[in-house]
Ligand binder design. Structure first.
Ligand code: AMP
Length: 280
């Protein structure tokens, strides 16, 4: 596996690959890799000639400075996992390489409209602008054929879809299913920050989503949501939201609709904020 820290050398390498007619699959990550990330690498491996992964903890998407400072970094293990999964190229830039204008410099503003005003957008001010900035920069650098992202970050996938529309970049967005631990907890780099006791409680998020899915036809939605919030609070969570939305546009619904729905949850267990979602 090649490791590039500079944009210029990565681009020289990829230009040669593209000239030889090879397709490029790209998996952007913030590192602390787990099997969820590796499933994206595997999908990219199956669908592309060259697999590029990036590891970059992007400062502009963290609305909470403490969350940024405490974000886990496990680069040696990450490199081993990427090699084992058949990754061809790792892009590992510094903050200065990605933000020559400065983290607090002038950035483009994206009009994500309604999508940015709800759920994660409402609870994490500027988060999706930061996501837009970094994904746009990375896509301009890598210019991949396919972009592989996880359904775990459902709203982020919709934001990136919108970003591709706004920027007119000819990239095929491939959304991969959420990988879970055996008790159902969605794999996440932030799970590493849970204590043993918190880790046992964390599965409650998955359980309330399963409960919602099972009862959506028989119990009024407001009651279901309220019960889910209470169940999480009982386990010690501070709940940001539990919502049911139209899976196509994330419009929150107050009664079931036939077009396809998604239940989304975000809650904090002490210092660690977890998110998850489930198609209903
Ligand atoms: P992150 O490193 O958290 O920015 O995530 C990098 C990519 O991995 C994003 O596209 C995530 O949606 C995806 N991802 C994170 N957790 C999972 C998971 N449990 N299953 C599948 N994909 C995931």
């Amino acid at each position: 596996m090649y490791i590039f820290k500079e944009i210029h050398s990565l681009q020289l390498h990829l230009e040669a690959e593209k000239k030889a007619g090879r397709t490029v699959g790209f998996v952007p990550t913030m590192g602390a890799l787990h099997d969820g990330h590796i499933s994206l690498i595997t999908a990219a491996r199956e669908q592309s000639d060259v697999v590029v992964c990036s590891i970059f903890v992007n400062p502009t998407q963290f609305n909470d400075p403490k969350d940024y400072e405490k974000y886990p970094i496990t680069i040696n293990e990450d490199v081993s996992k990427l090699v084992a999964a058949g990754t061809d190229v790792l892009f590992l830039p510094t903050v200065a390489e990605m933000y020559p204008e400065g983290v607090h410099g002038e950035h483009r503003h994206y009009d994500f409209g309604y999508l940015e005003t709800v759920l994660e957008g409402a609870h994490r001010p500027n988060h999706f602008q930061g996501v837009g900035i970094i994904v746009h920069k990375l896509l301009e650098i890598v210019q991949p054929t396919g972009l592989f992202m996880g359904q775990k970050d459902f709203q982020q996938c919709m934001i990136v879809k919108k970003l591709l529309e706004i920027t007119q970049m000819p990239v095929n967005l491939v959304i991969c299913a959420t990988r879970r631990e055996t008790d159902g907890l969605a794999m996440s780099s932030r799970n590493m920050r849970l204590s043993a006791d918190e880790r046992k409680l964390a599965t409650a998020i998955y359980n309330v989503l399963v409960g919602l899915k099972q009862n959506i036809g028989s119990t009024p939605l407001p009651d279901l949501k309220q019960n889910a919030i209470l169940a999480l609070e009982k386990q010690g969570f501070l709940v940001d939201y539990i919502e049911v939305a139209d899976a196509n546009n994330l419009r929150v619904v107050s009664a079931p609709i036939p077009e396809g729905m998604v239940a989304l949850a975000a809650a904090k267990l002490n210092e660690v904020r977890l998110i998850d979602n489930m198609l209903l």
